[in-house]
Design a protein around this ligand. Structure first.
Ligand code: BDR
Ligand code: CA
Length: 311
């Protein structure tokens, strides 16, 4: 199984990404989960991460709290999408499993240094603050990362928090800039992909039909999360952004993309956090990321539903 650290700001779609990973021990070994401030503040994201581990029946999963503010800006949150708790929708009990004492950034650094080089994949599902701070503090880890498979950015689909920027990158553009310049291998799941992973009514029914607490909770989470996209964008359902990352680790053939250059806008007020993705290769800037462009959505939902039924 591939060893991963999930870095996350749950978030209903983060929750589904975590459930998919925990349901797939043959392909994925979750070494730990590091929480970051994003959709909601850190005290809620670390708590939500533990709620999700308990929902999965995996309270032994290690959850760490990381950074509570972006590197150089004030935190921007997304309660308008995810609700006050970040995980609105299902009624889930408060967690009883512990939060680990170690800081999330230290856990990332220690893990990359202690595991054999090239065997640990980072899976950021929120703002890139924890990953960037780890890279800044311990530049030696960049060369030891197997891959950074992240949800963030957009090209044709441009923005969802501003006209130019996707939420995760916009919240901490300085962090994103550090990550994209780090030289570590990067695989990006942008809005171009995730806006095709829509929880339509039949897909939501399929989650509910699993009949287990996990299946029902995922149906309720995606019901809640879908309100925003349906009302705001007339979308056919909630986009399951973050589960694209964990699905990629299980079956990369569900996705297609290109190796291209991606730079982050960190200066302009108008386009702050834009992922300037050279999809057409019009510059001579060297590729630094595998940027996905398409997904087999039916294959993705078939995999997800089958795996969630295992929990
Ligand atoms: C990203 O922003 C968050 O609201 C979601 O959890 C996802 O990671 C989508 O732009
Ligand atoms: Ca997220």
């Amino acid at each position: 199984a591939r060893k991963i650290i999930i870095d996350t700001d749950p978030g209903q779609d983060d929750a589904v990404a975590i459930l998919l990973a925990l349901a797939s021990p043959e392909e994925i070994e979750v070494l730990g989960i590091t929480a970051v401030a994003g959709n909601v503040p850190l005290p809620l994201t670390e708590k939500n991460a533990r709620i999700v581990c308990e929902l999965a029946g995996k309270p032994e999963t290690r959850v760490f709290a990381g950074c509570d503010t972006p590197i150089a800006r004030k935190l921007v949150t997304a309660e308008h999408v995810h609700g006050k708790t970040g995980l609105d929708g299902p009624e889930l009990p408060d967690p009883t499993m512990p939060l680990q004492a170690q800081h999330g950034v230290d856990f990332i650094i220690d893990t990359l240094r202690s595991e054999p080089s090239g065997t640990v994949t980072l899976c950021p599902l929120g703002p890139l603050t924890n990953i960037a701070v780890a890279l800044q503090r311990a530049p030696d880890i960049a060369g030891r990362i197997q891959d950074i498979v992240l949800m963030g950015g957009a090209y044709f689909e441009v923005g969802n928090i501003t006209p130019a920027a996707e939420f995760n990158i916009y919240v901490d553009p300085q962090a994103a800039d550090i990550v994209f310049k780090s030289g570590a291998p990067i695989t990006v799941m942008p809005l171009d992909v995730t806006h095709k992973a829509l929880v339509t009514k039949p897909r939501n029914d399929a989650f509910r039909a699993i009949g287990s607490p996990v299946g029902v909770a995922v149906a309720e989470m995606t019901d809640f999360f879908e309100r925003f996209d349906k009302e705001k964008y007339g979308s056919a359902g909630a986009p399951l952004h973050d589960p694209c990352v964990t699905a990629y680790l299980i079956n990369p053939d569900l996705f297609t993309g290109r190796r291209i250059n991606v730079e982050i806008e960190t200066q302009s007020e108008l386009t702050l956090g834009m992922t300037v993705a050279d999809w057409w290769g019009v510059t001579d800037r060297p590729p630094n990321a595998m940027f996905m462009g398409d997904i087999d959505a039916d294959g993705f939902f078939a995999l997800l539903t089958e795996r969630l039924a295992r929990l």
